[in-house]
Ligand binder design. Sequence first.
Ligand SMILES: [Zn+2]
Length: 449
Amino acid sequence: MPYEGQQASKRGHIDIVKNEDVKRFLSDCKYLTQPGDKVAEGIAALYQSAPNCEDLPRLVVASDSSAYSEPIDKKFPSTQIGYVKTSFMAFDMGDYNGLVEPGSPFVDPYAAASLHNKARAVAFTLPGSNVRYKGMRVQDGFRRAVYEQLSDERTQIPKGGFSVKDMLYHLEQGHISIEKCPSCGAPGPHLFSKGKDESKCSGCEAAVYVTDSLRIHEQISDQGDNSAAITRFMNAIEHLQLATLLKAMSDNNLSTVSATAIIVDGPLALFGQPARYHASIQAFYNGLFARCADADLPPPVIMGLQKDGMVMDHARSLSPYLENGSFCAISDKYRAEYINGIAPLTDNFGHETYYGQDFIYKTNSGRIFDICLAYPFANKQNRKQFAEQKADSKHYEPWLARAFALVRHLEFDLYENSIVPVALAHRHASISLSPGGTLLDVLTKKHLS
Ligand SMILES: [Zn+2]
């Protein structure tokens, strides 16, 4: 038995099936389905040949984030500070070429270092348990810190301008309502619109902030472990910052946006309390797609890449049965039958959280990826119908070939099931102590003109 906190070895099962007790038990068992190649071959038959093109985006922005919830000393009660860092790696495709010699298994270390130097991070520091920020109650101080840091210059584009806080208004058509006081629970509503970011509870007089609509503070307790809230904040803020970047770029020049690819580490989804914003992010990106279409421009590629998880585990075991250069959209039926092995729990997977569709893609060189592409629909009205439409790859025609071309161009031996910019962003995010900068630094002047 592993010690507490120690993972059992993945090779453990080899020892189990050799065990005499287990052998005796197995002699009383029959297979539900005889294991063999048949099932995998059946699944592989659902895959189709991946479309090709040579059309690469000119600008790639990859992101990754990391969160730390550290006790600030070892004494009791536990006193915690949360630190979240989002690292962005933005580069022009021209700067990337030359990093990997075609046909060579080696990366040019100087080119990699120079690309890595382009990574920029935005960092957030939040009060956790037993910390009274500005003398407030723990939860109220947390709300205040979130409000200040999502409004200040760290996410403003340009400096003094549009921030993640302003992006929340943009996502919600200018008006945000909070039903009850986040401090005492007294009924509201508290209404917010640009220029009116704060309200006051008539019951307890606590300040209510527009950013409370993210509801992350609900997981904050005075003395408990607050790392779950810090992780939620990290997830939400990464997606909101990328949307803010695209908004800023689209205000300046739609053709720059059109030639951009966004690559998030993980699925295109917002989990937990802030999840409501996934729907307006979906609508915002579809607004951008429509604007590009009106201007006769291709839409930007907005993509999540998953290195782990159930889809990726499934993809890895299926990979030997798949042709190189093939792909399949993961429909709810596929997910239920072949990945989860149980009937769908809802009539639309990810209804409350996802704004993108998973595709399994095996590249021409035989590497396997789980790619999540932003839904090409503005909303999920009629959830049953949506569940069908979202996994129909014909709706993704403007993106598929370019997304695959991008992955093929950026895949590299060293980073199994990842691609160079995501791996570099990941490395940057996990170096703990380099100081944070601003979201504006992620882009150059050229991208904003
Ligand atoms: Zn109140």
